[in-house]
Design a protein around this ligand. Structure first.
Ligand code: GUN
Length: 282
């Protein structure tokens, strides 16, 4: 069965729009997300455009700042400091990856934990690792919502995450562990990856290699979550060989229309939560 991320995202956004309306009535302002993009990477430009569009869709305000790849880092740092101090800005996001020559760790460190709507800060990652999550990284957070939408119990299930990035693989593994799954993380140096993957009740593919997960790597009845967005011959394909795997899986996310729409939705949810927290703490 297909997990229709697009539909789950639309339902979640409709709920968010109502919560945003309540927020605005109560606090006489809109929650606001500030987005910074550096360079001209077309995929990043599309993501940022969709994030801004998503804000408007649920009634939130947004600010976007575009910088050329040769902009001095100090200029971007100054903007981040200004946004960090601005009480009208609830969430700050620096679109990754940054062009070569920029110090990602330094620039991200200028975003206060309270405005880190990506959930990338050491504090937010650390809290998640300790089972006390505050702001959760958007893609894995969205995947948890998709798993929830299947009605499957996660407790005691064997979960295998392929990929160990700070943005997806690691926080995904921690969320599944917090949900009482038995979690294995595989990566490019894993020996016997196919065998390990084939034992998974829940298989999350986040490696960035088109059609990497083949049918022999999937257990009958597994839930397969495909995080990949790869462009092959002008077409978007996931990290899973969808056609070969779809009949083995009990549930599978399509690409496009699976995980992707949830990522931005959870970013909007994180921004609203940051805004509510900011108002409660004033
Ligand atoms: N680049 C790819 N995914 C993401 C994301 O979730 N957040 C940011 N800031 N950059 C990204």
């Amino acid at each position: 069965m297909l997990i229709l991320g697009k539909q789950v995202a639309a339902d979640t956004r409709a709920q968010l729009a109502l919560q945003v309306k309540d927020f605005e009535q109560k606090y006489r302002r809109k929650p606001c997300l500030a987005v910074i993009i550096v360079g001209e990477d077309p995929a990043s430009q599309t993501y940022v455009r969709n994030k801004i569009k998503g804000c408007a869709e649920v009634g939130m305000a947004s600010l976007s700042y575009e910088y050329g790849a040769t902009t001095p880092q100090a200029e971007i740092a100054a903007k981040l400091k200004e946004l960090a101090a601005d009480p009208d800005v609830d969430g700050i996001l620096v679109q990754l990856p940054l062009p070569e020559g920029f110090d990602e760790k330094y620039l991200l460190s200028l975003i206060p934990d309270s405005k880190d709507v990506d959930g990338f800060s050491p504090t937010n990652m650390g809290l998640l690792a300790m089972g006390r999550p505050r702001t959760i990284s958007c893609t894995p957070f969205g995947i948890m919502k998709l798993l929830e939408s299947t009605g499957t119990t996660l407790k005691g299930k064997r979960a295998v995450v392929i990929g160990r990035s700070n943005t997806v693989g690691k926080p995904m593994a921690m969320l599944l562990l917090n949900a009482d799954c038995t979690v294995t993380v595989c990566h490019s140096k894993t020996v016997g990856l196919a065998e390990i993957a084939s034992q998974a009740d829940i298989l999350v593919a986040a490696i960035g290699k088109p059609r990497f997960v083949t049918a022999d790597m999937v257990k009958d009845g597994a839930i397969v979550i495909d995080v990949g967005i790869n462009r092959v011959d002008g077409k978007l394909v996931g990290d899973v060989d969808f056609e070969a795997v779809k009949d083995k899986a009990s549930f599978i996310t399509p690409v496009p229309g699976g995980v992707g729409p949830m990522t931005i939705t959870m970013l909007l949810a994180n921004t609203l939560q940051a805004a509510i927290k900011a108002e409660e703490d004033r």
